[in-house]
Design a protein around this ligand. Structure first.
Ligand SMILES: [Zn+2]
Length: 1008
């Protein structure tokens, strides 16, 4: 033993002493009240169900006893986090109401109902005096939330801050397979109501804790069913939770922009009505507690910097406390970027509050099992000095310990700094009001003469759902719009049309524009408390391809005006705020009327999604679609406009008013070529593999009340004559490969039922099966092909497009997966190639679409050809003359070679004489693919978000109509129905449905 070594030992001893002293100080900070009795039995169970002492903290290693307030045992039959116990939402709510009855410190507030009618609740916990005067506190907070009410008076704000208590709102079980938060919150509610530890008393007096133990109430009950099935079949594999809520699975945490789900609307309204300061959303996926409050860059560009600072304060402090408890695997930072405002927690970030999110570690149920982590999960990193263990026995109780410990330390810190956060809340609100004149813009303007009034109203209603105020101009007004800057975007390496043609600089340098807007124009003022959410949704996004963050966590672009195909003018001229205007009371709605007199009714096609609803609502009225634009009653009607004939004037009036559509009664039918618009019978196909992406389609159809049969790929395979039942089959994206859709799940192991039984009463509402495993199969592919050949229309997107192309339903179409393209949820520009196609009815030349690494398509006039220009043009060969001259063999008479036809990347190469000599593979002209929409040229492809390698998809077909015998397959490359954000492209799908038997209308056939 060397001297060297003994000094090290001595040092280690000193350090240990210091650490011990420190720990004692920490323990005293969190010490329980020695006078309060402990629930010995409950405490014993906590220790029993926790798999190792370091998975427990001094905050939750005991439960205080109460003579009057029941513990979670009263409902669960065991302690919170006990193995084998997963209570239903109603049981969880029942417990919270028991707490309310037993303690003046607890109050239950109803938050709203889910799509399936289940209740969402919030539980408020604080000192009895605070709970008794919750209303008074809320009205003070309301003044801080809207500083205009106190004329932005900081001194008055300080008085309000001094008199008020902030609200810390915790939300659990948004993601149904993440099962731990409800029991953690049941026990936390009990502790906050009962525990007399000094630090808990401080929380109770200085913060009003509110919690929604289950956000996705429908999904929670299905998950509890599945877990009970698993307990009853312990040796079997259990069915995956294919449905969480009625429509969505994990994307229920991507709805905070479009706000389409009941749960999102409920949380927005609760947050705003209660004037909440902080929203802390609980998730499970990362071992053992990842506080992604700090997150990673890029941060959302529209949040107040004060919020970004709060994230640091809360996140680092929280983890610094957790580190001292010695609990492994508690860390902040990590790879989650904070760019998209689509997460539920971002309701707080966009409404002047503070957003937070935990990922703890769950077992997807309440089994205690050994969990083995991946090296990336247990590695020590600079921000995770005490990483999770590579292997550990893990229980739901461990998970509950982490969640509660994290929350209690957070609440304690928040209580100690409650006035700081309350003042910040006011400052953020004030800066949101001042935004119009500081960073701007002053307002967003929606012109009254927008040709898409229905879509405009839809977008304004999204803002109203976000609780933004909308105003309407009562007189025309003018503003100065800044000169458009010359684009500094580097030209792409595309082989595109415009390549090498430098933009005419003089054309780009425009002078400032004076623009007049008519009376009736909508104005979203930026001098209101919720200006930030409007700005974030309506502005453009740019994510640099060289951003250090290489893995965007979610969509990078979402510009709502573009995706709704609505004019939105960003106005920086503060004069706009002086325009004569009035606040809009009630929901913005396009006006629906019937004008004129006559028995022919014309409805302009302006791509309003409600046009399809009109057809289904008036199913007994004869509808025709005009194949050309026309004029009647002194106005212009777009191609595709409806002509209704019939005597049901009262019905037409009623439905037009309800839908907000303008109907023009004409004395005479206009002379224009028309075709009949039937009421198509729709089959809507889903798989048993995933319902995430299709859920957005279902939601869109249901909102418009479009009837359809919801059938699985198994039903398709078993239905001999699909044509007898359906005119149109919609096959929305699955999120799986074509091969998987056909194969289904592996057939080994036990059957996986998805159906309503006594044991699983909440399962099988949408669709049911005795066994989820079988897929579409070859039989199903054959049925779909037969359906199309017999005159049906099949509509596919992304991976189902892949399926249709790969398995031979679309002659003359080739498909590639991208190699270089990077478009993780971006907005891109597209152009119509064939405006005469019924699919294009109502559209102008350009359309912004949502793209997320879409399939790359090309068309060909021959079978087996790759079509388009996958190979690329090689130019002239080496020889005599200049680059534009022909080569000229010497010693013979020169023969001029035939001119090469100019073929664009979205077009098919004309058939050659050589191919026609024995034209076995030449597709007859009537059966060739028809490209309707293409992606724009590389240089102007990007609208919003991150786009790299765009030349790979630039100019490629985006929507193709492929005839097959008597029917059609319509292939989408971009997803036209996404997250309630893409209403501008919905009509591409609806047009196809309505014109399923006249898709060749307006088609011009090539000679070759
Ligand atoms: Zn989650």
């Amino acid at each position: 033993m060397t001297r060297h070594f003994s000094i090290r030992l001595l040092l280690a001893g000193l350090l240990a002493l210091a650490a011990g002293g420190f720990l004692n100080a920490q323990q005293s900070k969190w010490a329980p009240d020695p006078k309060q009795p402990v629930d010995e039995d409950y405490t014993k169970k906590i220790k029993e169900y926790t798999t190792a002492p370091y998975f427990l903290s001094p905050l939750v290693d005991y439960l205080p006893a109460s003579k009057t307030v029941p513990t979670p045992r009263a409902i669960i039959g065991d302690i919170a986090g006990a193995p084998g116990k997963l209570p239903y939402s109603a049981q969880i709510h029942e417990y919270m109401r028991m707490l309310e009855k037993a303690s003046p410190r607890v109050k239950v507030i109803s938050v709203g109902k889910s799509e399936e009618g289940r209740e969402m609740i919030a539980v408020a916990i604080a000192d009895a005096a605070l709970i008794a005067r919750l209303g008074e506190n809320t009205s003070r907070l309301a003044k801080l939330a809207d500083p205009r009410t106190i004329k932005l008076d900081d001194a008055e704000a300080d008085r309000l801050v001094a008199a008020s208590t902030p609200i810390y709102y915790i939300t659990g079980a948004l993601h149904s397979p993440e099962t731990g938060s409800p029991t953690a919150l049941m026990e936390l509610a009990y502790r906050l109501a009962v525990d007399e530890a000094p630090y808990i008393k401080a929380i109770r007096s200085n913060v009003i804790t509110m919690m929604t133990p289950v956000v996705e109430v429908d999904g929670r009950d299905r998950q509890a069913d599945i877990y009970n099935w698993h307990l009853a079949h312990p040796k079997d594999n259990w069915p995956p939770l294919i449905y969480w809520g009625k429509y969505l699975v994990h994307d229920n945490n991507r709805d905070a922009m479009g706000a389409t789900l009941a749960l999102t609307k409920n949380v927005i309204n609760f947050f705003v009505d209660q004037n909440v300061q902080l929203l802390h959303d609980l998730h499970e996926s990362v071992p053992y507690l990842y506080d992604n409050t700090v997150g990673d860059g890029p941060y959302n560009a529209w949040v107040d910097p004060i919020l970004a600072d709060e994230w640091q304060l809360l996140g680092w402090n929280n983890m610094s406390e957790m580190t001292k408890f010695g609990m492994p695997g508690a860390f902040a930072h990590g790879q989650f970027d904070t760019w998209s405002p689509g997460y539920l927690m971002f309701i707080a970030a966009m409404h002047n509050g503070t957003s937070r999110l935990y990922e703890t570690f769950g077992n997807g149920g309440a089994d205690t099992v050994e969990r083995t982590l991946r090296p990336g999960e247990y590695a020590r990193t600079w921000y995770r000095q005490n990483p999770p263990l590579p292997k550990a026995m893990w229980s739901q109780r461990n998970n509950n310990n982490y969640t509660q410990t994290g929350l209690l330390t957070s609440l304690s810190y928040y209580a100690a700094n409650n006035k700081l956060f309350l003042k910040n809340f006011y400052l953020k609100a004030k800066r949101s009001v001042l935004k119009a004149k500081t960073e701007g813009p002053a307002a967003y303007v929606f012109p009254a003469d927008d040709p898409h009034p229905g879509l405009q109203a839809d977008l304004l209603r999204v803002l109203q759902t976000q609780r933004c105020e909308i105003s309407r101009a009562t007189a025309p007004f003018t503003v100065t719009l800044p000169a458009k800057k010359k684009s500094s975007r580097p030209s792409d390496d595309a082989p595109g049309n415009d390549q090498g043609k430098p933009a005419d600089q003089k054309k780009d340098e425009k002078a400032p524009e004076i623009r007049q807007f008519p009376a009736g124009t909508f104005i979203v003022r930026m001098d209101q408390p919720y200006s930030r959410i409007a700005d974030a949704l309506l502005d453009y996004q740019y994510w640099s391809p060289s951003d250090p963050q290489k893995n965007p966590y979610d969509d990078t672009g979402w510009t709502f005006g573009e995706l709704f195909n609505v004019q939105v003018v960003r106005v920086t001229d503060a004069k706009v705020l002086e325009a004569a205007m009035q606040p809009v009371k009630g929901e913005v709605k396009a006006q629906g009327t019937v004008n004129g007199l006559g028995t022919v009714y014309a409805v302009n096609h302006d791509t309003d999604p409600r046009l399809i609803a009109l057809r289904y609502r008036l199913k007994d009225v004869a509808f025709e679609a005009a194949e050309e634009p026309f004029e009647a009653a002194g106005r212009k009607f777009n191609r595709g406009s409806f002509l209704l004939k019939g005597s049901q004037a009262a019905d037409i009036q009623k439905v037009a008013e309800e839908l907000g559509l303008q109907v023009h009664a004409l004395a005479l039918a206009p002379t224009v070529k028309t075709h009949q618009v039937k009421v198509p019978r729709i089959g809507y196909v889903h798989t048993w593999l995933g319902t995430q992406d299709e859920g957005w389609w279902r939601l869109a159809l249901d909102n418009l009340k479009i009837p359809y049969d919801y059938i699985s790929t198994q039903t398709v395979a078993k239905t001999p004559n699909l044509n007898a039942k359906y005119d149109v089959i919609l096959f929305p994206p699955v999120g799986r490969s074509a091969q998987q859709v056909i194969a289904g799940m592996p057939m080994w192991g036990n059957p996986l039922p998805w159906k309503k039984t006594e044991l699983t009463p909440n399962i099988g509402n949408e669709d049911s099966t005795d066994d989820m495993r079988p897929g579409l199969g070859w039989e199903g592919v054959a049925r779909l092909e037969g359906f199309v050949r017999n005159g049906g229309l099949l509509i596919t997107t992304d991976d189902t497009t892949d399926l249709a192309v790969t398995y031979g339903l679309t002659q003359g179409v080739a498909l590639q997966r991208s190699q270089r393209l990077k478009a993780p949820g971006a907005v891109v520009r597209s152009r119509f190639v064939d405006l005469a196609s019924p699919i294009a009815y109502g559209y102008d030349e350009n359309l912004s679409v949502y793209l997320s690494e879409g399939v790359i398509l090309s068309v060909s006039n021959t079978l087996g050809g790759r079509g388009g220009r996958f190979g690329g043009d090689t130019g002239r060969p080496t020889g005599r003359g200049t680059v534009d001259d022909p080569d000229m063999p010497q010693g013979r008479v020169f023969q001029e070679p035939p001119a090469d036809p100019k073929v664009e990347p979205w077009q098919a190469t004309p058939v050659t004489d050589e191919q026609l000599r024995n034209g076995i593979n030449v597709i007859p002209v009537q059966q060739r693919p028809r490209v309707i929409l293409r992606y724009s040229d590389a240089r102007d492809l990007l609208v919003s978000g991150l786009l790299d390698g765009g030349s790979e998809i630039a100019q490629r077909p985006a929507v193709i109509d492929v005839p097959l015998s008597k029917g059609h397959v319509i292939l989408f490359s971009p997803n036209p129905v996404w997250r309630g954000e893409t209403k501008g492209s919905y009509s591409l799908v609806f047009n196809a449905i309505l014109n399923f038997d006249n898709l060749d209308a307006g088609r011009k056939f090539d000679d070759r």
